[in-house]
Design a protein around this ligand. Structure first.
Ligand SMILES: [Zn+2]
Length: 243
């Protein structure tokens, strides 16, 4: 009978152990469930077409703004010769280069018989190579950041705040004076497959738009380009046509 007693004792012990394990598993499940429910949610608002999550994109830092935002810029083509880099163009060049470490950039261009915004120091060329998958992705990240809606539902928010007049990239053009059209085919002589072109309105070029005037909270210093990474290249070989 000693054998039977020992067997019953082992059986009794095993049932207790099973109950204890069951309770432990239940407690762990509850703790894990609570932890998951309290973890930050991945933002869904920016999930765009193409399956690229906003959190995967490399974008410039966005300062806080109130809901007030600029109207879309009307077309103001270059008409004069003023070949100095305007301060708003320099700021945006610095923002792009600090974010993406572009190989080269250019703003003002020497005056010739033709006119455009480069001749007035308010157009920016920054190197992105459309044939390079990484650089193409970076250019698209930057343009996505310019044109995505903000938290108030303002469409093309950063482009409007900065005073972007038009953009050209990789055979396509976006116009602030025809925003509902989105990106349209660009048929100028230069297909812009080695750089993004950004034309600013005069208000943007002179820091009069809300990117500069309506920031809330502490001012965000404009980042400087990384030393030794970028170099200026005069964009004399580039023909930009806004039409
Ligand atoms: Zn250009």
């Amino acid at each position: 009978m000693d054998t039977g007693s020992a067997s019953n004792h082992r059986l009794h012990f095993s049932r207790k152990a099973l109950v204890a394990i069951g309770v432990l598993v239940a407690v762990i499940a509850v703790v894990v469930a609570l932890a998951i429910s309290r973890s930050p949610q991945v933002p869904r608002a920016g999930a765009p077409a193409g399956g690229v999550s906003e959190v995967q994109r490399l974008m410039p830092p966005t300062p806080p703004f109130t809901k007030t935002i600029d109207a879309y810029q009307k077309y103001q083509g270059g008409t004069t010769c003023s070949p100095t880099d305007k301060p708003g163009a320099v700021d945006i060049k610095n923002l792009v280069v600090a974010t993406y470490h572009n190989a080269w950039w250019g703003i003002h261009r020497a005056c010739t018989s033709s006119v455009n915004e480069h001749k007035e120091g308010r157009a920016i060329d920054v190197a992105f190579n459309a044939a390079d998958p990484v650089q193409r992705t970076r250019a698209n990240d930057f343009l996505y950041w310019l044109l995505k809606p903000d938290q108030y539902g303002n469409r093309n928010a950063m482009a409007r705040r900065i005073g972007v007049m038009y953009l050209i990239w990789n055979h396509k053009m976006w116009r602030s004076y025809n925003p509902s059209a989105g990106w349209l085919p660009y048929s100028g002589s230069n297909p812009h497959t080695d750089h993004v072109h950004i034309s600013l309105s005069w208000d943007g070029a002179l820091r009069k738009t809300t990117w500069w005037t309506q920031r809330t909270g502490a001012a965000t210093p404009m980042p400087s380009p990384p030393a030794g990474v970028s170099r200026e290249r005069a964009p004399t070989d580039i023909t930009d046509s806004p039409r």
